[in-house]
Design a protein around this ligand. Structure first.
Ligand code: GDP
Ligand code: MG
Length: 443
C-alpha cells in the first residue's frame, strides 16, 4: 500500500523531522503510482501530485508526526478537499415538489438508484414518486415498477397505448400528477446508451427543460476507471448536473473515478451506492473515499494516535511546569491548554467513555467553542511579558488589552481572575500527583 511504501521511503529519516527536496520527489513518485493504481485519470494525477508537492514544501515541520505520516496526512486532506469536504445535502424546492432527475450511461445504475433514493427519502419522512422516462428499452418501465413496489413508492409511467414513446411528455405529466397527489419529491429515471450519443443527450436535455429539476444527478459506475473523465464531461456539456452519484462501490474498484470526476467537473459526489439491495445506499463520505483511494486507513489511525500522544506530551510538560520543574505556568500555557480542551470538546463522546474522564463529560458537552476564541483574542492582545507574568497586568494594561481584543475591561478582568484560579487549582492537583485536567474550563 501507499502507506507502507511511504514508510519505506522515509525509513532512514525517522526523527529527521524535515522534508528535503529529495524526500518530496520520492514521495511524489509513490503517490503518483498509488493514484494510477486506483484508476485516477492521468491529468488529475499530475495536478494532484503537483499540489501535494507544493504543500509539502511549505509545510511546517510537525512535532507529532514523522515525515511519512506527515505526507500521508497532507495527501489525505487534499483528497478530502477535492472530493467535496463536507457532504453536500440535497436542495429541496421551496414550493411544490422537489424534482430530481437522474442521468448517466446505460448500466450505470440509475434505475436501481432511483429505488434506493426513493426509500432513503421515504425514511426521512418524504413522500416521493418515481417517474419512468426510460422508454428506450422494452422492460425498463417494468424494472422501475418492480423497484418502486419493493420500497413501497408509487411509479408514474405512461399508460400503454397512450403517449408511449415520448419521455418528455411523460416527465411533464408526472409533475402535474405529483402536485395532484401531493408528492413532495419526484425522481425521474431516464434512458441511457452504452456510449455517449447525441440523441440521448438531447432527450435528457429536453426532459430537463420540461421539468426544470432542482437537482440533476449524474449517476456513474465506480468501475468506469479511465473513461470517467470523458463521460462525466460529456454529460456536463450535454445535460449539465449538480451532483454525482457513484454506484457499484461494493465492487473492488478503488474509486479513482470519484477523484477524477470531482476534480475535473468540480461537482460534488453526493451519494454512494454499494450493492443491489435497496438499502445499499448512503450519503457519500469524502474522508472514507480518500482512505479507500489510497488504501491508507491503517496509516491514518496511526497518525491520529501519534497526534494524541503528542498532545499528551504537551499536557505533561504543562504538568511539570506546575510542579515547579519547568518554570512557571504562564498565560501562554493556559491558552495552549484551552486549545487542547477544544480538541477534547469535539471528542467529548469518546472521552466520556475513558476511565476518569466521565466527570468532565457534562462540561465538555456544554462547552462553548466561541469562548476559547474570545479568550484567545484577549491573550493575543497581551505582550509576551504580560503573558509570562500576569501579575503585572494593572488597570491601564487591562484597558489597552480590552481595546486591542475588542472586548470589555470586565472580560479581561474575568480572564485574569480565572487564570489565577486555574493555576492555583492545578498546582494543588499537581502536588496531589494527579494530571491537570481541564484548567479554567469556562463555566
Ligand atoms: P441503468 O441502466 O443506469 O438504469 O442501470 P441499472 O439500475 O439497470 O443497473 C445496471 C446493473 O447494475 C443491474 O444489474 C443492477 O442490479 C446493477 N447495479 C446497480 N447498482 C449496483 C450497485 O451499487 N452494486 C452492484 N453490485 N450492482 C449494481
Ligand atoms: Mg435504467
Amino acid at each position: 500500500t501507499l502507506s507502507d511504501r511511504l514508510a519505506d521511503t522515509f525509513k532512514n529519516l525517522r526523527g529527521k523531522g524535515r522534508l528535503s527536496e529529495a524526500d518530496i520527489d520520492a514521495t511524489a513518485r509513490e503517490i503518483r503510482i498509488a493514484l494510477l493504481e486506483a484508476d485516477v485519470a492521468l491529468p488529475v494525477v499530475k495536478e494532484f501530485v503537483a499540489s501535494v508537492k507544493e504543500r509539502a514544501r511549505g509545510e511546517e515541520v510537525s512535532g507529532a508526526l514523522n515525515p511519512a505520516q506527515q505526507v500521508v496526512k497532507i495527501v489525505h486532506e487534499e483528497l478530502v478537499a477535492i472530493l467535496g469536504g463536507e457532504t453536500r445535502r440535497l436542495r429541496y424546492a421551496k414550493t411544490g415538489p422537489t424534482v430530481i432527475m437522474l442521468a448517466g450511461l446505460q448500466g450505470a445504475g440509475k434505475t436501481t438508484l432511483a429505488g434506493k433514493l426513493a426509500l432513503w427519502l421515504k425514511e426521512q419522512g418524504k413522500t416521493p414518486m418515481l417517474v419512468a422516462c426510460d422508454l428506450q428499452r422494452p422492460n425498463a418501465v417494468t424494472q422501475l415498477q418492480v423497484n418502486g413496489e419493493r420500497v413501497g413508492v408509487p411509479v408514474f409511467a405512461p399508460e400503454p397505448g397512450n403517449g408511449v414513446g415520448d419521455p418528455v411528455a411523460v416527465s411533464r405529466a408526472s409533475i402535474e400528477e405529483a402536485k395532484r397527489k401531493l408528492h413532495d419529491v419526484v425522481i425521474i429515471d431516464t434512458a441511457g446508451r452504452l456510449g455517449v450519443d447525441a440523441e440521448l443527450m438531447k432527450q435528457a436535455a429536453d426532459i430537463r427543460d420540461a421539468v426544470q429539476p432542482d437537482e440533476v444527478l449524474f449517476v456513474v459506475d465506480a468501475m468506469i476507471g479511465q473513461d470517467a473523465v470523458s463521460t462525466a464531461q460529456a454529460f456536463l456539456d450535454g445535460v449539465g448536473y449538480d451532483g454525482v452519484v457513484l454506484t457499484k462501490l461494493d465492487g473492488d474498484a478503488r474509486g479513482g473515478a470519484a477523484l477524477s470526476i470531482a476534480s475535473i467537473t468540480g461537482k460534488p459526489v453526493m451519494f454512494a451506492s454499494a450493492g443491489e439491495k435497496a438499502t445499499d445506499f448512503d450519503l457519500f463520505h469524502p474522508d472514507r473515499m480518500a482512505s479507500r483511494i489510497l488504501d491508507m486507513g491503517d496509516m491514518l489511525t496511526l497518525i491520529e494516535q501519534a497526534e494524541k500522544t503528542f498532545d499528551q506530551e504537551q499536557a505533561l510538560k504543562a504538568a511539570q511546569k506546575l510542579s515547579g520543574q519547568g518554570g512557571e505556568f504562564t498565560l501562554d500555557d493556559f491558552l495552549q491548554q484551552m486549545q487542547q480542551v477544544r480538541k477534547l470538546g469535539s471528542m467529548s463522546k469518546i472521552m466520556g467513555m475513558l476511565p476518569g474522564m466521565g466527570q468532565f463529560r457534562e462540561q465538555l458537552e456544554n462547552f462553548d467553542e466561541r469562548e476559547i476564541d474570545r479568550i484567545e483574542a484577549i491573550i493575543r492582545s497581551m505582550t509576551p511579558a504580560e503573558r509570562d507574568n500576569p501579575k503585572m497586568i494593572d488597570g491601564s494594561r487591562r484597558a489597552r488589552i480590552a481595546r486591542g481584543s475588542g472586548r470589555q475591561v470586565s472580560d479581561v478582568n474575568q480572564l485574569v481572575d480565572r487564570f489565577f484560579e486555574a493555576r492555583k487549582m492545578m498546582m494543588q492537583m499537581a502536588k496531589g500527583g494527579g494530571m491537570p485536567g481541564m484548567p479554567g474550563m469556562p463555566g
